[in-house]
Design a binder for this molecule. Structure first.
Ligand SMILES: NC(=O)c1ccc[n+]([C@@H]2O[C@H](COP(=O)([O-])OP(=O)(O)OC[C@H]3O[C@@H](n4cnc5c(N)ncnc54)[C@H](O)[C@@H]3O)[C@@H](O)[C@H]2O)c1
Length: 258
C-alpha cells in the first residue's frame, strides 16, 4: 500500500477532465484517468510519466457499470483507498426535440447521467470504508437555463446535478462531500462543435437573441484552467465544510440563476 492520495477522473483524455487529471497529479495525487479514447489515454500517461508524475490510465465507458466496477475494484486493490473523484466525462447532443432520435436522447443520458451514477456508486462504496472523500461532478450552466436544440443535454446535466446533491446528503455522515461545478462556454473540443467560424465565438459572447441567449457579461469564453481552479477548491480541505453545493463558472452567462 502506498501513502499517496488517489484521485479518479473520468473523461481524462482531453479538455477539462485532462486538465483536472494533470493538476491533481502535479499536486501529488496518484491520478487515475478513465476515458474511451485509448490512444489519447496512452499519450497523456506517457507525458505525465516523463514529468515523473504518478498516473494510471484506463479504458472504460462510464455508461457501462461492469467496466466501471472492474476499474474501480482494480484501483482499490492496488492502492487501498480512493480519496477523490471528478466526474468530467460528458457528451453533447444537439437537435430539436421533435426530430431528436431516441438513440441520441438515450446516449446523452447514458453518459452524462447514468455514467455519473455508475462511477459515483462504485467509488462511494470504497470511500465509505475509509470514511472520507470528496466528489465533484462537472455539470453545466445549461442544467439551470433552457437552451434551444439542447433539451437532452440540459436535462441530462440537470439530472446529474441533482443526483450529486442527493448523493452528498446520503454520504455526509461518512465524511464524504459531493459538489458540482457548472461551466458555461469553455474552450474545449466540445465547445468548438458550436463554432463554425470565428464570428460564432463573438456571437456567443455578445448574445444570440433569436436563441434567447443573453451572452457572457465578463465578455470572454472560459479556459479549462478556470474550471479546474473551482474543482480543485471544492476537492481541497479549504472546502471542508462545503457539500451539496454548485459553483457556476460561466462569466455570468446565466445571470446568477442556479
Ligand atoms: N466545454 C464546454 O463549454 C462545457 C460547458 C459546460 C459543461 N461542460 C461539461 O464539462 C465536461 C468536460 O467537457 P469538455 O468540454 O472537456 O469536453 P470534451 O469533449 O473535450 O471531453 C470529454 C471527454 O469525455 C470523454 N468521454 C465521452 N464519453 C465517455 C464515456 N462514455 N466514457 C468515458 N469517457 C467518455 C471523451 O472521450 C472526452 O475525453 C463534460 O461533462 C461537459 O458536458 C462543457
Amino acid at each position: 500500500m502506498i501513502e499517496k492520495k488517489v484521485a479518479i477522473v473520468t473523461g481524462a483524455a482531453q479538455g477539462m477532465g485532462y486538465e483536472v487529471f494533470h493538476a491533481l497529479a502535479v499536486r501529488g495525487y496518484v491520478a487515475v484517468g478513465i476515458d474511451i479514447q485509448e490512444e489519447k489515454l496512452h499519450k497523456i500517461k506517457g507525458v505525465a510519466e516523463k514529468d515523473k508524475l504518478a498516473v494510471e490510465a484506463f479504458y472504460a465507458d462510464v455508461s457501462d457499470s461492469t467496466q466501471v466496477n472492474e476499474i474501480i475494484d482494480q484501483v482499490y486493490r492496488i492502492y487501498g483507498s480512493i480519496d477523490v473523484l471528478v466526474n468530467a466525462a460528458g457528451v453533447l447532443s444537439q437537435g430539436e426535440v421533435t426530430t431528436l432520435s431516441d438513440e441520441a436522447w438515450e446516449r446523452t443520458f447514458a453518459v452524462n447521467t447514468s455514467g455519473v451514477f455508475h462511477v459515483s456508486k462504485a467509488v462511494c462504496n470504497r470511500m465509505k470504508e475509509n470514511k472520507q472523500g470528496s466528489i465533484v461532478t462537472i455539470s453545466s450552466n445549461a442544467a439551470s437555463v433552457p437552451r434551444t436544440s439542447m433539451a437532452s443535454y440540459c436535462a441530462s446535466k440537470a439530472a446529474s446535478l441533482m443526483f450529486t446533491k442527493c448523493l452528498g446528503l446520503e454520504m455526509a455522515s461518512y465524511g464524504i462531500r459531493c459538489n458540482i461545478v457548472s461551466p458555461g462556454a469553455t474552450d474545449t473540443e466540445m465547445q468548438r462543435a458550436f463554432w463554425n467560424e470565428e464570428a460564432d465565438i463573438e456571437k456567443g459572447i455578445k448574445g444570440i437573441p433569436e436563441q434567447y441567449r443573453v451572452g457572457i457579461p465578463l465578455q470572454k469564453i472560459a479556459n479549462t484552467s478556470d474550471i479546474t481552479e473551482a474543482v480543485l477548491f471544492l476537492l481541497s480541505e479549504n472546502a471542508s465544510h462545503i457539500t451539496m453545493n454548485n459553483i457556476v463558472v460561466d462569466g455570468g452567462a446565466t445571470l446568477g440563476a442556479q
